[in-house]
Design a protein around this ligand. Sequence first.
Ligand SMILES: Nc1nc2c(ncn2[C@@H]2O[C@H](COP(=O)(O)OP(=O)(O)OP(=O)(O)O)[C@@H](O)[C@H]2O)c(=O)[nH]1
Length: 203
Amino acid sequence: MSMEDYDFLFKIVLIGNAGVGKTCLVRRFTQGLFPPGQGATIGVDFMIKTVEINGEKVKLQIWDTAGQERFRSITQSYYRSANALILTYDITCEESFRCLPEWLREIEQYASNKVITVLVGNKIDLAERREVSQQRAEEFSEAQDMYYLETSAKESDNVEKLFLDLACRLISEARQNTLVNNVASPLPGEGKSISYLTCCNFN
Ligand SMILES: Nc1nc2c(ncn2[C@@H]2O[C@H](COP(=O)(O)OP(=O)(O)OP(=O)(O)O)[C@@H](O)[C@H]2O)c(=O)[nH]1
């Protein structure tokens, strides 16, 4: 695929506490696998995946940031040009949920005010260890005007839905011309193309 061979290019950045499963979500979506013994992300990593939505090629540049505090100054610099942020916590880890207001302050400070933020509660395959109820998370996301979705990178639950619904949402925002106008230039490393025909199903 040549560099121009897409209709939309969006930059999506995953943020959230260390160990909540950001890398696993990205790997599941871009490579279809759940990596065993995933080490902590150092700084920032990225992958590209091109998807087809209603006949249009959408290139998603997905940036996976380190959750550890010591990388915060590096990861913050990636917020500004993000079209969307996936703020992730772990439903089995109360602490990762309690840190969300802190992450929202980071977003307010460093991201564009046009950014679309999705709240993701990951690891729903560990239902017996759940510490944060769905209702509590929904109330929080509603109050903050964010979409909310629960996922399992391990079982592949809602992972495609997360990225594809987000892509649909970004297309519709782009059409209304309300997007940040500084999507990063294309980078090598295409993922596989997949088709997705239904759209925008967050609610
Ligand atoms: N059961 C279960 N475990 C998961 C899931 N997603 C991630 N994990 C596990 O959680 C641990 C952390 O996953 P990572 O993807 O490395 O977490 P991260 O948020 O990228 O962590 P940092 O890179 O340190 O910010 C790993 O042991 C994963 O195997 C999931 O959906 N279910």
